[in-house]
Every structure is written in structure tokens, then in C-alpha cells.
Design a binder for this molecule. Structure first.
Ligand SMILES: Nc1ncnc2[nH]cnc12
Ligand SMILES: [Zn+2]
Length: 355
């Protein structure tokens, strides 16, 4: 448990998670178990000693030097996921943990290209994730959405093939997949590479987000907004370098999905205190707080909330603003948003937060 005196209060605060890579919730112990079960070879421990045991892998995760250093382990890790049942248990475990942290709604990324290119079909992945979503809603009342991410180090053509697969299966129109995103190595892979697939999605009324301004400079954010017409920005911490852009994001109520512990582990900042939380609050930027890849970055959603509290000492009124902004920026139905806003009101009454 964190040291923050607000721990219980932050636990009880109705939370929405918008930036969670489901493959990034694969713990080293599950990784080793699934590798054995599915007979997937892991790197030889004599070449990379991190793969000696779950503990040595966990230790290696505390020493990432960059986004690419992390992605190397992330892609090896997910290679143990083979069957629909693997994806279902991975996602159900994540939902169970998010529920225990007091999350009521989660919008989770998945990376289909990273699976299809090693022979696991798009349908296998989505069947497993959808089954977990239904179980989590039934068991915990936790609602969720899927966001199909394109890997920016792969071609636009390949992204389009996967987009068209999802379109032809009716996954965007029947609600199986809520929208598209863009992830993986940022620098050198600007958003405009994917302008056409984003234009198709916009024309079809499909929701759009993209990682931008994580390691890349603020022009990645403006290009994601202007060229790909995204409705959200994932990470977006480099907004602080461009005052005009920051004011625009505040004015347009674009949701910025921050991931504090991730940014520290990947050395985008040296400590949580360096993140623009205070600046975003002062300027009225709408943002949510998220875990990104919790099994790799040392914390789930509540750990991230507590880390922000320890660094910035926010008031309950400010936490209420964050919670309401996260709900308003969610991609769930309006009816669900209203229910979630009522829960924030109840939280405010319980903790005597004046409006
Ligand atoms: N933090 C991150 N940035 C870019 N791509 C990712 N894929 C998983 N986590 C990511
Ligand atoms: Zn991410």
C-alpha cells in the first residue's frame, strides 16, 4: 500500500482507465507459465540472463533505459500468448486487478499486428478479450472497451490490412472495438505515416487516439491532432514545451491520457514531480491517470494515482475534477457516463468535497 494518507479516498474515487496495453499486463510469472504450457521458447538465459527466472525478469524491468529497450521485452513477452483462452485469462486478470483498485471503466489497447505476424489470428485475440470483458462486466460491473492499436514501426499498408479485417468483421459497427490507436517506437515514426487509415476511420465515425509526445517532441502531438485528427492524446507530456498547443488542447477538451510510473521507468522524466500535472490543472487540460503496462512499470492504476498524490499533494476538489474529466473523455455510452458521474457525486458527498 502506498504512503499517501489519501490512499483509501483515492481507492474509492470512481476511476476510468484509458491507457492500458493488455499485453503490458502480462506478469513475469504468467509469462514463464504460459511459455511452458504453450512450448514457446524464451531467449536463452546464457545470452540474456534476465530470462533466468520470473524474478530476474522482474528485476530487469526496473532498469529500462528507453521506450525501445522496454519494447524489446514487451514483444518477447507477448510471444507466449497463443490461444483465445490465454488472452481471456490475461484480460480477466487485469480487470480483476483494476476492479480491486476501484476502477469502474477501462478502455484497453491491443496490438493485433504483434500477434498475427507470429501466426495468431486477429479473431483468436479478439474472442479471448471479448470473453473477458463480458465476464468482468457480469462479475464486477466493470465496463470496458477495446482499442485496436497500429504498430508505428510497421508500414501503413500493414496497419490498413488489420483495420480492414476489423471493418469487414463488423467490429467497429457492432461495438466489439471502440476505436483505433497508434503505439510502439515513437521517434522517427510520425503520426502522418498513418494519415490514410486515420482518415478512413474518421469518415466512418470511428474513434481515434494516438501515442504522441511520450519520447517525441510536441510536434508529434500537433501532427496527431492536425493530420490524423485524433480525439485523444496518449501520454502528451511534451505539451509543456508548446504553450499555444497546450492552450488549444485545453480549449478543445482533448483528453490526455497520462501514465506517471511509465514515464519514470522509461526515463521520459526522472521523477513524477517533473510531470505537468500542476500545469494541466492550472490550464484546464482534461487528463486521466493510467498504468500503461503495469506488469512492466511497477504499478496498476491506483499506484499511479497515489504516486501523483505523493508528488503533487492535490486537493480532493482537484481529484474530483480529474475523475469527472476522465469520465467525460471516455468512449462509453452517454448513459454509462451519467452513472459514473453520479458515483463521483456520491464520493464527493462521502468525503465532504465542496463543489
Ligand atoms: N508506453 C508505450 N509507448 C509506446 N508503445 C507502447 N506499447 C506499449 N506500451 C507503450
Ligand atoms: Zn502506451
Amino acid at each position: 500500500m502506498c504512503k499517501s494518507p489519501l490512499h483509501q479516498c483515492l481507492h474509492d474515487l470512481p476511476k476510468c482507465e484509458h491507457h492500458l496495453h493488455i499485453e503490458g499486463s502480462l506478469s513475469p510469472s504468467l509469462l514463464f507459465r504460459l511459455a511452458a504450457l504453450n512450448s514457446v521458447p524464451l531467449p536463452d538465459a546464457s545470452i540474456d540472463p534476465s530470462f533466468t527466472s520470473p524474478q530476474t525478469l522482474e528485476d530487469r524491468y526496473t532498469r529500462f533505459t528507453s521506450l525501445n529497450d522496454f519494447l524489446h521485452y514487451y514483444f518477447i513477452g507477448m510471444s507466449v500468448l497463443i490461444t483465445s483462452a490465454d488472452f481471456e485469462s490475461l484480460a480477466y486478470e487485469y480487470f480483476t486487478r483494476a476492479h480491486a483498485d476501484g476502477a469502474l471503466h477501462a478502455e484497453i489497447f491491443f496490438d493485433p499486428q504483434a500477434h498475427t505476424h507470429r501466426g495468431v489470428s486477429y479473431t483468436t485475440v479478439v474472442q479471448g478479450l471479448s470473453a473477458a470483458q463480458k465476464r468482468a462486466e457480469k462479475d464486477f460491473g466493470l465496463t470496458s472497451e477495446l482499442i485496436l492499436c497500429f504498430l508505428r514501426h510497421m508500414s501503413e499498408t500493414d496497419a490498413d490490412v488489420h483495420y480492414q479485417d476489423a471493418v469487414s468483421l463488423g467490429h467497429f459497427s457492432d461495438g466489439t472495438v471502440a476505436g483505433i490507436g497508434l503505439d510502439s517506437s515513437e521517434v522517427g515514426f510520425p503520426p502522418e505515416i498513418f494519415r490514410e487509415v486515420y482518415a478512413s476511420a474518421k469518415a466512418a465515425g470511428i474513434r481515434r487516439t494516438a501515442h504522441a509526445g511520450e519520447e517525441g517532441d510536441s510536434s508529434y502531438i500537433s501532427r496527431a491532432l492536425d493530420i490524423c485528427q485524433v480525439e485523444r492524446i496518449d501520454h502528451g507530456i511534451r505539451l509543456v514545451d508548446n504553450e499555444v498547443l497546450l492552450k488549444r488542447v485545453a480549449r478543445e477538451k482533448t483528453l490526455v491520457t497520462m501514465c506517471p510510473l511509465s514515464n519514470v521507468r522509461l526515463r521520459c522524466v526522472s521523477k513524477v514531480e517533473e510531470l505537468p500535472v500542476r500545469k494541466f490543472l492550472d490550464e484546464g487540460v482534461r487528463f486521466s491517470i493510467n498504468s500503461d503496462d503495469p506488469a512492466y512499470f511497477g504499478g496498476y492504476i491506483l499506484d499511479n494515482y497515489c504516486a501523483v498524490q505523493e508528488a503533487f499533494g492535490l486537493s480532493l476538489k482537484e481529484w474530483r475534477y480529474i475523475a469527472e474529466g476522465a469520465i467525460e473523455g471516455s468512449w462509453c455510452e452517454e448513459g454509462r457516463k451519467k452513472e459514473l458521474l453520479v458515483k463521483v457525486q456520491e464520493w464527493a458527498e462521502k468525503y465532504k468535497v465542496v463543489a
